[in-house]
Each structure stands twice: as C-alpha cells, then as structure tokens.
Design a protein around this ligand. Structure first.
Ligand SMILES: Cc1cc2nc3c(=O)[nH]c(=O)nc-3n(C[C@H](O)[C@H](O)[C@H](O)COP(=O)(O)OP(=O)(O)OC[C@H]3O[C@@H](n4cnc5c(N)ncnc54)[C@H](O)[C@@H]3O)c2cc1C
Ligand code: FES
Length: 512
C-alpha cells in the first residue's frame, strides 16, 4: 500500500544526510509525528515546526533570511534559534528543536524551551493603550513578552475583544470561517497576562500634562506611558433617499455580522466603491450566491493603488464570478429598492454596502494638541510630538526610511508590527520602525501580496502573466523599484522584501 505523503517524509530523528539538502535551504520532514522543517544557513542547520502560527502557512516554502524564516503567505518572521515570532502577523512562537551534526548527518533531538519574557529595561508606572484593534493588541502582547510587569490597560470603543479584522470581509463574511476563529485571543489570554480590557469604552479626552485620560462614562485613568492605536473610521457618504438601515459599512465584527444577517435573505446588493474592502465584500457575497453590482467613480478598480493593468485583471476576475461593474459612476439616489446611478440607470438592491475608504481617527490626539499631519505624526520610534505618548497603526504617519517620505498606510501587518515596536520603545529599547510595508488582499482563490510603497510611479514592469495568475508587477520610479505586487509568487515577494531591507541597511552609516 502506498504511504501517505506524511509517512514518506524523512524522520529527522534518524539523521538526515547533509548532502541531501542539495541547493535547497529548507527540507520538510517529521519528528515524533510532528511536521518539522530543517533550515540551513551556511554551515548551521536549524529545526522548526512546519506551519506558521498565523494561518498555518507552510514555512518550508518561505525564505531563510539570516537566522530567521519568513512565512510565504503574509510574511510573519520567526527566529530559527528558538522559534520566537519576531514579527507579526504571527503572534505565537513555533516549536523549535535542538539539532546535532554527527558525521555527515543532521540529527534532530529534543525541543528547545520557548523564549522566556525578558526583563524590561524601563518600567513605566503603567501603560494605557487606546484602541482594541490589531495594533493595540500586538503592543500589549509585546509589553508582556518584553517583561513589563506593571499594569497594562486596553481601552476599546468596540464591544468585543480585538478581532482578526481582515477576516471580516473575507472567509467570515463568505460563511467559510467560524465565529470562534475571529477573536485574536481567547478571554483567558487577557486574564493570564494581566491585561485589563475595557470594552465598549470610548476615551473622550486626553490631558498630556496631567497624564490622564477621561472616558465617556466619566471615569478617569492615569498613565505612565500612553499608546494611541485608534485606527480609522469608514468615510460616510450621504445618499439621497437612503434610510440608515439600507446603508452598511464594514469595519467592526458587529458590522460584518449585521451584513451577514441581511445577506441571509438578500438576492441583490450594491457595493459602492471598488477598493479592497468593497471588492472583498463583493467576492464574499458572490460566495453566498448574491448578485452584486459594484458602483465606483474610477475607470478601473484599484487603479490608484496598483495601476490599470492589475485593475483590469481584478475587474475581469470579479466579472468571471458574476459581479457587474458600473465604473465611472456614482449613486445619486435610493428609493426603496431602486438605486439610481449618475448615468440615470436604475439598479435593484436589497441593501447597499459603502466602501469609500477610511479616515484616521485623530480627534482625541488633535484635541490634546498632538502634532497632526493627515494622521498622528510620529517619529522613527513611533513617538508623537509629546514624549511618552506613542501612536501606531492606521492612525499614525511615520517617516518611512524606504521611500524617504512620511507615510500612513492601512495594512494589518504594519499596524501589528508598529504596535510591537512601540511597546519595545515604551520600555526604552529605542528601536526604529523600519519594516517594509506589506499587505495582502484575497479575491476568490486569488491572493495578491504587495510589498513596499508606491504612491506614484513612472514605470510598471510585469513579469509573467496576470491572466495566468502567475506574475510579479514592479512599480518603479527613476529606475528604482518601490513596490512589488505578486500573484502565486510568494517567494519572490519575500525576496523583494528582504532586498528592500538590505538596500536600507546598505544606505545607513555604520552603527546607525
Ligand atoms: C474588513 C476589513 C478587511 C481588511 N483586510 C485587510 C487585509 O486583507 N490586509 C491588510 O493588510 N489590511 C486589511 N485591512 C486593514 C487592517 O485591518 C487595518 O490596517 C488594521 O485593522 C489597523 O489596525 P489598528 O489597530 O490601527 O486599527 P483598528 O483595527 O481600526 O482598531 C482601532 C481601535 O481603536 C478603537 N478606538 C478608536 N477611537 C477610540 C477612542 N476614542 N476610545 C477608545 N477606543 C477607540 C476602536 O474601537 C478599535 O478598537 C482590513 C480592514 C477591514 C476593515
Ligand atoms: S500564514 Fe504565515 S503569515 Fe499568515
């Protein structure tokens, strides 16, 4: 009888001949029934678990960079020495084994003990985090990992603990992800790490001099250090004749649930906006068998972010799944089920979902007198214009060393990584935020990965074929590659990220 692929994998306990690596840097195998990857870096060999702790991505298909391995799906980064999740979106470490070289073979021995929290250099009296999104949670998590022992409080206007927000427009909305998968952490995580989570609580003002915040419910809280992770709010579009119950936005878990409730009895939906959220929503509703009309003012979806070629590909992909586009149009009026477009055409719809972008939630920071520049202005350490107050995620505009510009993005991985770096800096680590921006978007079975940042470009190079869904698209300015989009080329995306990191290091004066 033929063995399963699992049983055919080498058992690293019995020794693995080094020459069998060939020119590969990673080999999949097993140890005591657990899937393990052997990773080679020069003469050194490491053994770590095969699957990423984010969504289970196959680490053997990723990239070894120094003594780390990067996940091919959403670029999480793990230490090969102890399995520590060094960079989001993975927050949990992977198992790691001790290896021994005997003769010309590598033997995998016992598991290495996971890293223990380090003792923090600086210990502020307390840390208050305003915002219960990905950035806020990643910061609280890192404060504890870095050995901070004082009080940590997350204050969130949401009525649920931090959730996997990207999933709200994808599998969860499509009905293929269970509700239990959506919270980033279970309830006992917060208790276990002594993270006080104040839900359904909005901070109404901030006194930077007294180091105090005031909640809408009248409660005041003092802080040693403060992290603002207030994210962004959807832009609301007034549409003549539409009732509130006809218009939906998608930012929170509650928003996604409300859309699902309506979708269960709907036949037709109009999505206003052909950005990432609008199009992911369109794909998820098509998975539910709902007819979708997308209305948007631009001439191609996502054209501003990814150019006309990728925009056309995305449009054709959605059309092949039955989505109808009304591009170069807006919605002018709604009367009951009749949605009138600027062309005069009338489209029938049970309800509308508006995806017209977001605005950074700066009100609190603005009223407190923090420097604002289309977001909260922070320095390379993610500290605002007031010492001891940091800002991260969708709300923050930071000096991006790769472009040399101050940028603000709306990327899950950037928000979490900024939360992690800010946590270290709250503890006095003085770590610059220099990660290469990365985001992904999922449309049906097509995942699009984007590394770098290009607001404007003067050349677009396409390698491979968009229609074959196997390509990389490079956005260049003055001959320099600023950003790369890949479809089915995860390794290339990781290599581009690593190359951008190397380019930055080579520009820095020694010791900086
Ligand atoms: C549906 C959806 C799908 C997405 N998909 C992707 C994707 O595929 N890939 C990707 O890279 N990015 C994606 N994004 C973007 C990504 O989710 C955001 O970049 C990320 O959530 C930003 O995290 P954040 O913590 O900065 O802000 P948020 O997650 O918005 O969290 C902000 C928090 O602050 C709280 N808050 C705000 N003001 C106050 C106040 N005054 N007092 C108390 N609390 C306050 C809010 O309640 C919330 O808890 C998606 C976004 C959405 C909405
Ligand atoms: S599955 Fe590894 S980063 Fe998402």
């Amino acid at each position: 009888m033929a063995g399963t692929p699992e049983t055919r994998k080498p058992d690293f306990k019995n020794g693995f001949p080094i020459r069998d690596f060939g020119d590969r840097s990673m080999i999949s195998g097993q140890v005591d029934g657990e899937e393990v990857v052997l990773a080679r870096r020069g003469e050194e060999v490491f053994a770590i678990a095969s699957h990423c702790t984010h969504y289970g991505g196959p680490l053997a298909d990723g990239l070894v960079v120094g003594d780390t391995v990067r996940c091919p799906w959403h670029h999480a980064c793990f230490s090969l020495r102890n399995g520590e999740a060094l960079r989001a979106p993975a927050l949990d470490s992977v198992s790691c084994w001790r290896v021994e070289k005997v003769g010309d073979k590598i033997f995998v021995r016992e598991k290495v003990t996971p890293p223990v929290p380090k003792r923090a250099a600086d210990q502020p009296s307390s840390v208050v985090i305003v915002g219960g999104g990905g950035a806020g949670l990643a910061a609280a998590d890192m404060l504890r990992r870095e050995g901070f022992e004082g009080p940590v409080t997350i204050i969130s206007a949401d009525d649920v603990p931090p959730v996997d927000r990207p999933n709200l427009s994808k599998d969860y909305l499509a009905g293929t992800a269970q509700e239990e998968w959506i919270p980033l952490r279970p309830a006992d995580y917060y208790r276990g790490r002594r993270i006080d989570l104040l839900l359904h609580s909005r901070v109404s003002s901030l006194d930077t001099r007294k180091k105090q915040i005031l909640l809408e419910n009248g409660r005041t809280l003092e802080f040693g250090s403060l992290l603002l992770a207030t994210g962004a709010d959807p832009v609301h579009l007034p549409i003549e004749g539409a009732t509130d119950s006809q218009l939906h936005y998608l930012r929170t878990f509650a928003d996604s649930k409300a859309i699902i409730r309506k979708a269960t009895s709907a036949n037709r939906v109009v999505v206003v906006g052909a950005g990432f959220i609008g199009l992911e929503v369109a794909a998820s509703l098509r998975a539910r068998g709902i007819l979708v009309d997308v209305v948007a003012p631009e001439s191609q979806p996502l054209e501003r972010v990814m150019g006309a070629e990728v925009g056309l590909f995305i449009r054709k992909l959605h059309e092949a799944h039955g989505v109808t586009f009304h591009l170069g149009k807006t919605v002018t009026r709604v009367r009951d089920r009749a949605v009138t477009l600027s062309s005069g055409m009338v489209v029938d719809a049970d309800f509308l979902i508006l995806g017209a972008g977001v605005r950074p939630s700066v009100t609190l920071a603005e009223q407190a007198g923090l420097a604002i520049d289309r977001g909260i202005e922070v320095n390379e350490y993610l500290e605002t214009s007031v010492a001891g107050i940091f800002a991260v995620g969708d709300v923050a505009r930071w000096p991006d060393p790769h472009t040399g510009e101050r940028i603000r993005v709306e990327h899950w991985v950037v928000a979490e990584r900024q939360g992690q770096v800010a946590a270290k800096n709250i503890l006095g680590r003085r770590e610059k935020f220099d990660a290469v921006p990365f985001f992904w978007s999922q449309h049906y079975d097509v995942r699009i990965n984007y590394v770098g940042h290009a607001e404007k470009w003067d050349a677009v190079d396409i390698d491979g074929s968009l229609d074959a869904r196997d390509c990389s698209v490079t956005y260049k300015k003055g001959g320099r590659a600023l950003a790369l989009v890949t479809i089915s080329r995860d390794l290339q995306s990781l290599k581009a990220e690593a190359a951008m990191e190397t380019e930055l290091r080579s520009q820095r004066p020694a010791g900086a």
